[in-house]
Design a protein around this ligand. Structure first.
Ligand code: AMP
Length: 456
């Protein structure tokens, strides 16, 4: 089994991962790290939960620590662009953790909090800057951050950037980057707009595809409870009485719904926090901290807010409401069963949610196990089992489906399991031939495409 040492990481980084009890690299780490250490660009089809952060943070730390260069005032040597504040904060923590035995400075900038501490943190320049696009552009516009000294650029969760309507901001950031740089691009899905964006940023990238959906989903015990809408509240109270539920993430469809569930639980004597977009940054951070530390056992969240939650040891996920989009179900249940562990997902399904359940079952190609005997079981006649595609009509492709990256993987892939013998033409100091700042391939077409999606 390949170890971190065999991947070519230096001793201080090996020591840091040992301190985190990482014994073996995850698949994405195995595949990406040797290439990244050689300076290659990377296109990674992977989502959180795969060990993606260490896959890029470790080689970046090694590169930056290896050269005694200073970024200069207001500048950074590496930039990680990520869609949410929670992800930004978590990535910063990861850099701190993995870089604990190295002298690599860092700063994080995101909106929703005062800018002055961020401006001060950037005044002398840092090695690694982790940022969300809006605040970064804001501070760049005010002259507090410059990107012209950058060496490594990471675009994290590119598809989520698109979904959240940030793609235009991302392009503006990219236009400010120097042409000669190492670029890393991560996206859980590769729809056409994302492929076009990647093509404009990357030069001769290594392609790495990790499929957490199937593997994670297989480790999760998934069940469904049919319940009338009005009975969801007592059912939740009842389910939470189970002491096997050590740490649980409860999903609601709306922010208002999340607050209501927290209030209802409080009146039943169950302490819970809510995390969603209407909460102040301070409240979100506190709630997450309580949950992470184990002080809070129940966290109620909406899909967007939960996207960046990286908390180990979530034993259960409860879908209080089923998501409107079946792909969100996969993201939700993936919050449990992190880093190879198993987990349990329980979904409450009201009568009017049955079509949503069928969508989920079709996406997963499996029937969820029904728990029939519970005190609030719906009296409605059970729905007939979801019919999967017979093979005559091909299923409508969804962005999340693997065939997208099967095609993507077949292009120019090389040696997955051993370090590369070939050194990139970008490992040295040559200028990059086509992908200048902003990428020449960026254009109005993609911007209008992103507008179309974000309005949906
Ligand atoms: P990420 O995909 O970066 O969000 O990481 C998911 C989780 O896996 C985090 O909690 C990491 O601490 C953990 N992790 C990352 N790499 C390893 C590894 N090699 N062994 C065990 N856990 C890991």
């Amino acid at each position: 089994m390949t170890s971190f040492a065999e991947l070519g990481l230096t001793e201080p980084l090996q020591r840091a991962v040992r301190a985190e009890n990482y014994t073996t690299p995850t698949p994405i780490q195995l595949e990406a790290i040797p290439y990244l250490l050689k300076g290659r660009d990377l296109l990674g089809c992977a989502q959180t939960g795969t060990g993606k952060t260490a896959a890029f943070a470790l080689p970046i730390l090694q590169r930056l620590a290896g050269e005694e260069r200073r970024a200069g005032p207001k500048a950074c040597r590496a930039l990680v662009l990520t869609p949410t504040r929670e992800l930004a904060a978590q990535i910063e923590t990861s850099f701190a953790t993995y870089g604990r035995y190295l002298r690599v400075s860092r700063a994080v900038v995101f909106g929703g909090v005062g800018q002055n501490p961020q401006v001060r943190a950037m005044a002398r320049g840092v090695d690694v800057l982790i940022a969300t696009p809006g605040r970064l552009l804001d501070l760049m516009g005010q002259g507090f951050i410059r990107l012209d000294r950058l060496e490594v650029f990471v675009l994290d969760e590119a598809d989520r950037m698109l979904d959240m309507g940030f793609i235009h901001d991302v392009r503006r950031v990219i236009r400010a980057l120097p042409g000669r740089r190492q670029s890393l691009f991560f996206s859980a899905t590769i729809p056409p707009e994302i492929a076009a964006l990647a093509a404009g940023i990357l030069s001769d990238p290594v392609r790495v595809g990790i499929r957490p959906v199937a593997t994670t989903a297989e480790r999760i015990e998934q069940s469904i409870m049919f319940v009338e809408k009005a009975d969801k509240r007592p059912l939740l109270g009842r389910v939470l009485r189970d002491p096997a539920i050590e740490r649980v993430l409860v999903f609601t469809r709306t922010k208002h719904g999340a607050d209501r569930v927290v209030k209802q639980l409080a009146s039943d004597g169950v302490a819970a926090d809510a995390i969603h977009g209407n909460k102040s940054q301070g409240a979100r951070t506190r709630a997450l901290e309580r949950f992470r530390s184990g002080a809070g056992r129940v966290l109620v969240a909406t899909d967007i807010a939960a996207r960046g939650i990286d908390v180990d040891g979530i034993s259960h996920v409860i879908n209080y409401d089923l998501p409107n989009v079946p792909e969100s179900y996969v993201h939700r249940i993936g919050r449990t069963a992190r880093a190879g562990r198993s987990g349990i997902a329980i979904s409450f399904c009201g009568f009017e949610e049955r079509p949503l359940l069928a969508d989920i079952e079709r996406l997963m190609s499996r029937h969820l196990t029904v728990i029939p005997d519970h005190p609030f079981a719906s009296p409605a006649k059970p729905a007939p089992p979801t019919v999967f595609h017979t093979g005559r009509t091909p299923p409508k492709p969804r962005p999340f489906m693997i065939p997208v990256d099967a095609a993507f993987l077949s292009a120019g892939r090389s040696v997955p399991s051993s370090p590369p013998a070939r050194v990139s033409r970008h490992a040295g100091n040559e200028a990059r031939p086509t992908s200048g700042p902003g990428g020449r391939k960026s254009g109005h077409r993609d911007q209008s495409a992103s507008r179309g999606r974000s309005q949906r």
